[in-house]
Write a protein that binds this ligand. Structure first.
Ligand SMILES: Nc1nc2c(c(=O)[nH]1)N[C@H]1C(S)=C(S)[C@@H](COP(=O)(O)O)O[C@H]1N2
Ligand SMILES: [Mo]
Length: 528
């Protein structure tokens, strides 16, 4: 024993090892829970369940900030944040265990209980089994920490040979547990989750029916031959993704059901995917936009959807829109992960192509985009229309029910606002003087785009050339050939929709019902 280390005070080495012990115990807890969740239900893993709770409790302003700062990586950032916090707590628990061995282990177990409570109280949890992964992880971590701390505290005399041997055992046990947990997690991942396997198989086996009502052919002139404008049809792999799901739900199409019920439903319906596919199949090009899309942003995409008419299905159930005296003005779609999306019944039944879609650009919906079935309604932002992984539709009223985003500060009703975006030249580009194509897209779903104009600096608004219109439900490309002169220039675009209304200049926030304002980019033109 050295003079600087009075008896009973653990040495720095021992404290360091205790911290490592805490981290390893935490890591093993998560890995064990993850492996168990693979078998029970991937969404029941504690980090996902707690993350889901955080997502649900996050105020609109923070969500908006997260999307702005991190875009589609917002979920990865959240999970990383949770892991960092858990790491810090694990170090603290490791050090605590050095003094209060049982209390340290109890703390690890308590985290397991927190994870279990989060997992079973998620809206998509329908079984107490969802508690198992967190509890198993907590128990494994608690036991490991108890054992490891024992090796550190067994001998009061930390400098004796026996104590050194204990520390070696500590390292061996810690490393073996860490490696075993990593190996088990890797094996589980490689083997694939048995819960998910049948979902993937059901998607692979799905044959899309031919449309009785095909989408009108896209006019050849809808895609402008200008480098730098995105494709008219957004490929599935590039299609933006926005949802609250930390783990993408993987629904087995063979077990999928959609229930239609509620106020004004004469005959409650439950349909399978097979039944849906025997109905009149409709194919349409529809541009989908997110309310969180900033002016100039990329949370918008255009796809060819295959599905059935939602209005037809509702009529069959006896539903009438409010204009025909129906009692329900809101349709609440609910997804398998508990999301609720409220859509005006009037718009769904006013003749527009509101779809229950199962196909996207020629393939079954990708899991991330709502497999097996989602809603798509032209002219409404995704959060009030485009429910993915849909499992029920309830007819109710806006007065009686607030869907998920409404208490979080977003409008209950949100038609898409007219928007236009400059895709090329990019912001801060340095084109050479001479001819430069200014080009991009404009959208005002279900109203259509009548005119796009471009302004250079403070000059007059000049008409851009519009690409051929596909339908009023799709975006429209435009191009303005500019003769660029040397120096710094601000390029601005504005669109006028099919009703003759031009985008206002004033920028507004995306909350509560979508951003307004003109998109502009600043470029510096070099000498020709
Ligand atoms: N189940 C579920 N459906 C959802 C959401 C969600 O979080 N959960 N997000 C909505 C939002 S905000 C948008 S913009 C669209 C995005 O659809 P996409 O991810 O296929 O582009 O899905 C909508 N449908
Ligand atoms: Mo959205």
């Amino acid at each position: 024993m050295t003079l600087s280390e009075p008896p009973g005070q653990p040495t720095r080495t021992v404290r360091l090892l205790a911290a490592v012990g805490g981290l390893i115990a935490g890591y093993v807890s998560l890995a064990v829970a993850d492996v168990a969740a693979f078998w029970v239900r991937p969404e029941a893993s504690p980090v996902t369940a707690v993350g889901d709770v955080v997502v649900d409790q996050t105020p609109a302003a923070v969500k908006e900030w997260a999307i702005r700062e991190f875009g589609e990586s917002d979920k990865a950032v959240l999970l990383l944040g949770i892991l960092v916090i858990l790491g810090v707590l694990a170090v603290g628990i490791g050090l605590l265990a050095l003094r209060r061995r049982l209390l340290g282990s109890a703390a690890v177990a308590a985290f397991g209980v927190i994870g279990a409570v989060a997992a079973v109280t998620r809206p998509d949890s329908d079984s107490a089994l969802d508690a198992v992964p967190s509890l198993a992880g907590g128990a494994a971590g608690a036991a490991l920490l108890y054992g490891l701390t024992g090796l550190l505290t067994r001998r009061a005399d930390t400098s004796s040979g026996a104590a050194r041997a204990d520390r070696r055992s500590f390292l061996v046990v810690a490393a073996s547990a860490g490696l075993a947990a990593t190996g088990a997690a890797a094996l589980a991942r490689a083997a694939g989750s048995p819960v998910e396997e049948n979902a993937a198989a059901s998607r692979a086996a799905l044959r899309l029916p031919r449309p009785a009502s095909p989408a009108p052919a896209v006019p050849a002139g809808a895609q402008l031959p200008v480098p730098g404008i995105g494709p008219f049809v957004t490929p599935n792999r590039d299609f933006y993704r926005v949802d609250t799901a930390l783990v993408v739900p993987r629904v087995n199409a063979d077990r999928w059901r959609l229930r239609v019920h509620g106020s004004g439903v004469r005959e409650e319906l439950t349909v399978t995917l097979r039944e849906l596919m025997t109905r009149r199949i409709v194919e349409r090009d529809i541009t989908l936009a997110c309310v969180s899309n900033e002016v100039g942003g990329s949370l918008v995409g255009n796809a060819r959807w295959l599905g059935v008419s939602l209005a037809d299905l509702l009529r069959e159930a006896g539903v009438r829109p409010p204009s025909e005296g129906g009692p329900a003005d809101q349709l609440v779609a609910r997804s398998v992960d508990g999301m609720t999306i409220g859509t005006p019944v009037e718009q769904v039944m006013d003749g527009r192509d509101a779809l229950l879609a199962f196909g996207m650009n020629g393939e079954p919906l990708p899991f991330a985009h709502g497999f097996p079935v989602r809603m798509v309604v032209p002219g409404l932002y995704g959060y009030v229309s485009a429910c993915k992984w849909i499992e029920s539709i309830e007819l109710t009223t806006f007065a009686a029910y607030d869907a998920y985003w409404v208490p979080r500060g977003w409008a209950a009703q949100a038609p898409v606002k007219t928007q236009s975006r400059i895709d090329t030249p990019r912001a801060l580009a340095r084109p050479a003087a001479g001819p430069v194509m200014i080009a991009g897209v404009a959208w005002a779903q279900h109203r259509g785009i009548r005119r796009v104009e471009v302004r250079v600096d403070d000059g007059p608004w000049q008409p851009a050339r519009l690409a051929a219109e596909d339908t009023v439900d799709t975006w429209r490309q435009w191009v303005y050939p500019w003769t660029a002169t040397p120096g710094r220039h601000t390029l601005t675009v504005r669109a006028t929709d099919g009703t003759g209304v031009t985008q206002p200049e004033q920028r507004t926030d995306v909350v509560p019902d979508g951003a307004q304002g003109h998109h502009s980019v600043v470029v510096t033109v070099g000498e020709g």
